[in-house]
Design a protein. Structure first.
Length: 374
């Protein structure tokens, strides 16, 4: 960011207490922390090795003096402006987090001041005895502050991504934010954090896979999802109880297998197929939870939210169950409840077998029709 763009520049004033202004200052502070990390990494690479230890001559430290001191000064100014913004009621809840950030920044400032004093003339060699411990401690301090800042700056950007996603579409957090949080353990810690505070993102977090599923779990949207999913379920009920048993009679269809006397049996078969499908989901969820030994998305206690996020997939599964029910009604005139249950449990395989059989029968039927001149 150039000096003209800096929110901490001499001519810059905080014009509002908006969330955007707050996040802009935090992102600027994040940039200063990363600048310091880069400078320290370069210095560590330039250190001179003597038998088994490293030291850095003052002449090398002097070249980074301006960058380090200006970053520290601008970061301190940025924190002052953030502190002023807490007078606004809408940002008052952030006071504790930024107070911690101020404390950590002062520790960084004091620690670096030993090696990078205000006057460049006071810069001295970083001795071999203190060089290694200096870099370890400095990196730890900067890393801790950076993790604190990203807890505030990353969630709004996750929401920006999710805003253009369809319901239930996953966002790969590890892939998108690996540059900002290079360490895997940091990304996992962040995912656990936002899962613990679900109000921060418009999605559902799977800490095991690193996926965040697009969702806006309001009560109204959850209710809408339940209604939408209920439509094909109710259609299946009407199909089993009224349409299939009577369609042959109403339309005078020859060879129509279901009949009015089988309406109760068809309804029972439909219900057991649904039960089989539901059992498959529960068993599969349990298997995945045991395999990951964690809190996989499919094992969330909030099943209503799971239904909301997986709405499209659930509706597709219900359609498959209805297709399986129709196929079973014609293939097995006298349906036993055990068969219906296992058809629902293994619906994917059953539908594949039915479609294969249908495609095998179709050519022969077409051939017969051609022979008789139809």
């Amino acid at each position: 960011m150039s000096k003209e763009e800096s929110p901490t520049g001499s001519g810059s004033q905080v014009q509002s207490c908006s969330e955007d202004s707050f996040l802009g200052l935090l992102r600027y502070l994040e940039g200063k922390v990363r600048d310091l990390q880069d400078v320290l990494s370069e210095l560590e690479q330039k250190s001179i090795t003597i038998p088994s230890k490293k030291y850095i001559p003052a002449i090398i430290l002097e070249k980074s003096h301006t960058t380090v001191t200006s970053s520290i000064q601008e970061g301190a100014e940025c924190l002052k402006k953030l502190h002023v913004m807490f007078t606004c009621e809408e940002l008052s809840r952030r006071t504790d987090d930024i107070s911690h950030a101020e404390t950590e920044w002062r520790r960084i400032e004091s620690f670096l001041d030993v090696v990078f004093p205000e006057s460049i003339r006071e810069v001295k060699d970083l001795t071999a005895d203190s060089s290694e411990s200096f870099f370890i401690e400095a990196k730890n301090l900067l890393h801790k502050l950076l993790c604190r800042i990203t807890k505030e700056t990353i969630p709004p950007r996750i929401n920006d991504h999710l805003d253009g996603f369809r319901l239930g579409q996953p966002l790969d957090f590890h892939q998108i934010f690996k540059d900002e949080l290079p360490e895997l353990q940091d990304r996992k810690a962040f995912l656990r954090y936002i899962k613990q505070y679900p109000m921060f993102v418009d999605g559902v977090v799977d800490t095991d896979t690193g996926l965040i599923y697009a969702a806006k779990p309001t009560r109204r949207e959850k209710a809408t999802t339940i209604v939408v999913i209920s439509v094909p379920l109710i259609f299946g009920f009407v199909l089993a109880r009224y349409l299939m048993p009577n369609l042959g009679v109403w339309l005078n269809l020859q060879g129509w297998v279901p009949n009015p006397s089988s309406s109760t049996a068809l309804l029972a078969s439909y219900l057991f197929i649904l039960l089989g499908g539901l059992t498959h989901v529960v068993v599969d969820s349990r298997k995945k939870k045991m395999a990951t030994k964690g809190d996989a998305f499919v094992s969330f206690e909030d099943y209503l939210l799971w239904v909301h996020v997986k709405r499209t997939a659930i509706m597709g599964a219900i359609v498959s169950l209805i297709i399986g029910f129709i196929a079973l009604a014609f293939l097995e005139p006298s349906i036993q409840w055990q068969i219906a249950f296992f058809v629902g449990y293994s619906i994917d395989s059953f539908v594949d077998v039915f479609l294969q059989r249908f495609t095998d029968v179709l050519p022969s039927t077409t051939s017969v029709m051609k022979q008789i001149g139809i």
